[in-house]
Write a protein that binds this ligand. Structure first.
Ligand code: ZN
Length: 138
């Protein structure tokens, strides 16, 4: 299955079904997160079910699933925010979950010429340096 198809499948299906598919071994999901204090999160599929049941009002503007935070290496399901930065982005700024955000800004399938992307990176860097220099001028 192509990644694109999978995105839309997950987006349009119920989180309960996604949780079932994960436990049935049909989809990958992150290892159960344990905090530095040794507190275990519920398993990821269980966390999905709790979110679906609680149905919190803050929905992602893209997938319309409730946003939730579960530390992981990448987003695994719609509404999933896996990093502290993504969680803050969702709650304070965009209301776009990292599952959708990462999909929208995924690596393009066709690689751009190296020279071009390198030049743009340098532009961004120079711009940042200038902005910093101006900040410090007052
Ligand atoms: Zn979303």
């Amino acid at each position: 299955m192509k990644a694109n198809d999978d995105f839309y499948t997950l987006r349009d299906q119920d989180l309960m079904l996604t949780a079932d598919e994960m436990e049935a071994g049909q989809r990958e999901f992150p290892a159960t997160h344990v905090t530095n204090e040794g507190v275990s999160y519920p398993s990821f599929p269980d966390a999905l079910r709790r979110v679906a049941q609680a149905d919190p009002p803050n929905k992602c503007v893209s997938c319309r699933k409730p946003g939730y935070y579960y530390p992981a290496d990448k987003p695994y399901a719609p509404g999933h925010c896996y990093s502290e930065q993504g969680r803050l982005e969702f709650t304070r700024i965009s209301s776009c979950c990292e599952f959708c955000f990462d999909y929208m800004f995924r690596e393009p399938e066709e690689e751009e010429p190296m020279d071009d992307s390198h030049a743009r990176l340098e532009d961004a860097y120079n711009y940042e340096q200038e902005a910093r220099a101006q900040d410090g001028s007052d």
